[in-house]
Design a protein around this ligand. Structure first.
Ligand code: ARG
Length: 460
């Protein structure tokens, strides 16, 4: 009779082939959670001692062994194998090598199903804190930059056509708002992540008199799952995370798209620092916005991580299914991608130069002040619809004559409408156009200054 050497090999008479073993193994990626797994085991054994399920000296031996494994892990001295399938079985087998058969008592009243869920909650909780911090750091750079550019004018766009002049700070503060919503979503995500599944065991709870609240407290969780089936089969907290990551990356990607566009020869609104640009191997003149393109591109893989897990989950009956093993790589990938993208984006934004002269030129050589003229006429009593028509015709005439509204003579203006006086030129000035838009949330300088002050206070 062929033997099976797996930790679970008792009821087996044969081994899977190496190929099958390797197909089923997750150790090549779940070793990322080695520290969390040891942390979870330490809390579990502390609970087993606290409740008297294990004798004090046995629990102490296991605890000491786990501490040794922690030290070895930190020193890069733990060696994992495919034969031991995943991080949980690998660490149990390493613990056995360390302290002998008493290691076998650690798994009392526990299953790999609640163990892996615990590891993932710990891992994600930790990284959610990092990501929240990184979002705040980026917001600080956005607000700082906005503060320096309250008076910098730029064309505001709709349909990628010059629409109305705005302040560059106003543009930046829109991204501050988006990032704030990202922050709020990740913070809410923490609520569902900060919950202990430990003690759900395989699916139904356990006959041992465990204390789930005690182990949860050891791990710093503020809450425990109330249903053991849900505890081992819930991946909503990861789906929420991936969805939040997808939205954050979409925001960064839009921002990157504008940076890439505005850094072109055609726009020349800004220039990236050399430290965030790359050259070409053939064209000596090139300075490419690779980092912005890469962040835009990485948005695709994070969407993929979300779609991947949604699809894995859609047909799964309660409770644990091996399909769940497919939940990890996407989560790790999204964590790494988002942390790196936030870090690179922050540096790139912080160091780019805004070409204020070019932006100013763009706002004074266009028709984005046409609304001002229509508003001017409307404020003097002409129905807005009529004013709109009149200005539209004037714009067309100007285009044909290769000039802008500011170049039209007062005589021509007065021929157009006797309502127009010399103060029209003041109204047409883009700076006036921006300054006067002081409706709540508008681009007016006073509004922006208020928004920046509020953001600064919130970021404290
Ligand atoms: N490697 C497994 C996973 O990632 C751990 C849980 C295994 N549980 C089981 N009943 N086979 O999902």
């Amino acid at each position: 009779m062929a033997e099976n050497h797996q930790l679970w090999g008792g009821r087996f008479t044969a081994e899977p082939s190496e190929y099958v073993q390797s197909f089923g193994a997750s150790i090549h990626f779940d070793q990322k959670m080695a520290a969390e797994d040891l942390h979870g085991s330490l809390a579990h054994v502390a609970m087993l001692k606290h409740t008297g399920i294990l004798k004090g000296n046995e629990a102490d031996q296991i605890t000491a062994g786990l501490h040794t494994l922690q030290e070895k892990l930190a020193a890069g001295k733990l060696h994992f194998t495919i034969e031991n399938e995943d991080i949980h079985l690998n660490l149990e087998s390493l613990l056995t090598a360390e302290i002998g058969p008493v290691a076998g008592k650690l798994h009392t009243a526990r299953s790999r199903n609640d163990q892996v869920a615990t590891d993932m909650h710990l891992y994600l909780k930790n990284h959610l804190h990092t990501i929240l911090q990184l979002v705040v750091e980026l917001q600080k750079v956005v607000v700082n930059k906005a503060d320096q550019h309250v008076e910098t004018l730029m064309p505001g766009y709709t349909h990628m056509q010059h629409a109305q002049p705005i302040s560059y700070a106003h543009y930046l503060m829109a991204y501050y708002e988006m990032l704030q919503r990202d922050y709020d979503r990740f913070e809410f995500n923490l609520k569902h992540t900060d919950r202990s599944p430990l003690g759900a065991a395989a699916l139904a709870g356990t006959t041992f008199p465990i204390d789930r609240e005690y182990s949860a407290e050891q791990l710093g969780f503020t809450d425990v799952y109330q249903n053991s089936l849900d505890a081992v089969s819930d991946r909503d907290f990861i789906l929420e995370f991936l969805s939040n990551c997808a939205q954050l990356m979409m925001h960064l990607s839009r921002f990157c798209e504008e940076i890439i566009l505005w850094d072109t020869q055609e726009f020349q609104y800004l220039e990236l620092s050399d430290t965030y640009s790359t050259g070409s191997s053939i064209m000596p003149q090139k300075k490419n916005p690779d980092m912005a393109e890469l962040i835009r591109g990485k948005t695709g893989r994070v969407y993929g991580d979300l779609m991947g897990l949604l699809t894995v989950m859609k047909g799964l009956p309660l409770a644990y299914n091996k399909d769940f093993q497919e939940d990890k790589e996407g989560m790790f990938d999204a964590v790494d991608t988002v942390e790196q993208s936030l870090t690179v984006f922050r540096g790139m934004l912080d160091t780019l130069t805004v070409k204020t002269d070019n932006l100013a030129h763009a706002t004074s050589h266009d028709f984005s002040n046409a609304t001002e003229l229509a508003d001017y006429l409307a404020s003097k009593g002409l129905p807005f619809r009529q004013a709109h028509e009149l200005v539209g015709e004037l714009v067309l005439k100007c285009i044909q004559e290769h000039k802008y509204l500011k170049d039209v003579s007062l005589a021509d203006y007065q021929a157009l409408s006797p309502l127009i006086a010399v103060d029209v030129y003041q109204a047409l000035d883009p700076r006036t156009a921006v300054a006067r838009r002081n409706s709540l949330g508008g681009t007016g300088f006073d509004q922006i200054k208020k928004q920046i002050a509020a953001a600064k206070a919130a970021l404290q």
